[in-house]
Write a protein that binds this ligand. Structure first.
Ligand code: ASP
Length: 342
C-alpha cells in the first residue's frame, strides 16, 4: 500500500474529529437544565466506496435518504419518543430505500442471492435481539426487535428466524423486491474479479451501504440498531458483525450506543462496538477518544462507527474515505455528509 493511501484516510479522520470535538463540547456546554428535553441522533448509510467517484445523482440519492430518515428520527425525539422506537423506525426507513445495502437494495452473495442481517439493542435494559441470513422480511430490524421482545433468545438465524417471523405477522416480500439493477450490476463486476486476490475482493467498492442509527433520547436512554445485506459476494451462510451484539451494534446507558459498518470479520475479531463502550467504562475515556482508539485497531479501509453517549455527545469515526452519515440534536444542529467532512 503506498503512503498516500495510508495517510489520506487518517487525515480525513483527524480533520473530522476536530469538527466533532467542537460539536461535542458544544453539546456538553449546553447541558440542559432539569426538565429540558435534550436528545441526539446519529445515523449512517455505510462506509466504503469513494463519493468523489459517484455520480451526482447517486450522491444526492444517498444524501436524500439519510436526510429523510434523520428528520423522521428528530421529529419522533422532539415528541418524546423512546430511543429504541426511534432507532427501529429510522432503520426501517433506510431498509425501504434501495440506495442502501439493507433489505431492499441489499448486496448479493456468491450465488447472486440476498441474505439479511440485523440487530437492535436497548441501552437501558441491555435487552437485544438479532437475526442473521433472513430473506423474506421487508424490515429485518423489526424482526430483530421481535426476537428481543417475543423470545428468550438474542439471535435467530436462517429458517428458524424466517419461521418465527411469520408467526409475528411481519411484512414479507418476494426476492424481486430486494433485488435492484445496481446490485446485480455490482455483483457481475464482483464475479468478473473472482480470480483476483482476497485483498482485491475486500477493496472498498465491495462493501457499502449498511445502515445504522444510534440515539440518546430525552430521558437519556441510549439505543442502537444496524441492518445490512452484508458484503458483496459473501459466502452463502456467512454472518457479519451487524447481528453480532458487541461487534457491529451495542448500547448501554452507562457508556454509549454504537453502530458499525465495514468489513464485518474485522469488527467481530475486535468486538469493536463493545470495545468502544469498554474503553469508556474501564478507562474512563471520553466517547470521541474511545471511538478513535477502537477504530484505530482496525486495518486501514476496514470501516467505521457512529456513536452517542448519554450526555448527547455524538461521534463519527472511520478509516475509509467515504462514510455516509447524518447527525442532529435538540440544539438544532443538523448535518448530512458522505465523507467525514462534507
Ligand atoms: N459490516 C457489514 C458486514 O460485514 C457490511 C457493511 O457494513 O457494509 O456484513
Amino acid at each position: 500500500m503506498n503512503l498516500e493511501n495510508r495517510v489520506i484516510p487518517r487525515l480525513l479522520c483527524t480533520l473530522s474529529i476536530c469538527a466533532f470535538t467542537c460539536f461535542s463540547s458544544l453539546a456538553m456546554g449546553q447541558e440542559p437544565a432539569e426538565g429540558d428535553a435534550m436528545f441526539a441522533i446519529v445515523i449512517h448509510g455505510g462506509a466504503g466506496g469513494n463519493p468523489a467517484e459517484w455520480t451526482e445523482e447517486y450522491r444526492e440519492a444517498r444524501r436524500a435518504g439519510i436526510g429523510k430518515a434523520l428528520d423522521r428520527g428528530v421529529k419522533m425525539l422532539q415528541s418524546g419518543a423512546l430511543a429504541l422506537d426511534v432507532v427501529e423506525e429510522v432503520v426501517r426507513i433506510m431498509e425501504d430505500d434501495p440506495v442502501f445495502n439493507a433489505a431492499r437494495g441489499a448486496v448479493l452473495n456468491e450465488q447472486g442471492e440476498h441474505e439479511l442481517d440485523a440487530s437492535i439493542m436497548d441501552g437501558k435494559t441491555l435487552a437485544c435481539g438479532a437475526v442473521a441470513s433472513v430473506r423474506s422480511f421487508k424490515h429485518p430490524i423489526s424482526l430483530a426487535r421481535k426476537v428481543m421482545t417475543e423470545t428468550r433468545h438474542v439471535l435467530l438465524m436462517g429458517d428458524g428466524a424466517e419461521k418465527f417471523g411469520k408467526t409475528q405477522g411481519l411484512e414479507t416480500a418476494d426476492p424481486s423486491y430486494f433485488r435492484t439493477e445496481r446490485r446485480v450490476e455490482q455483483w457481475r463486476r464482483w464475479k468478473s474479479k473472482q480470480s483476483t486476490s482476497m485483498h482485491e475482493q475486500n477493496k472498498p467498492e465491495s462493501y457499502f451501504g449498511t445502515v445504522g442509527c444510534v440515539v440518546c433520547d430525552t430521558q437519556r436512554n441510549l439505543a442502537a440498531a444496524t441492518s445490512t445485506g452484508g458484503l458483496m459476494g459473501k459466502r452463502w451462510g456467512r454472518v457479519g458483525d451487524s447481528p453480532i451484539v458487541g461487534a457491529g451494534n451495542y448500547a448501554d446507558n452507562g457508556t454509549c450506543a454504537v453502530s458499525g459498518t465495514g468489513i464485518g470479520e474485522e469488527f467481530i475479531r475486535r468486538n469493536i462496538a463493545a470495545d468502544v463502550a469498554a474503553r469508556m467504562r474501564y478507562g474512563h475515556t471520553p466517547l470521541s477518544d474511545s471511538a478513535e482508539q477502537s477504530v484505530g485497531t482496525l486495518p486501514e479501509n476496514a470501516g467505521g462507527v457512529i456513536a452517542v453517549d448519554a450526555k448527547g455527545n455524538m461521534v463519527i469515526e472511520c478509516n475509509t474515505v467515504g462514510m455516509s452519515h447524518g447527525f442532529a440534536d435538540s440544539s438544532g444542529t443538523r448535518a448530512v455528509r458522505l465523507t467525514r467532512e462534507k
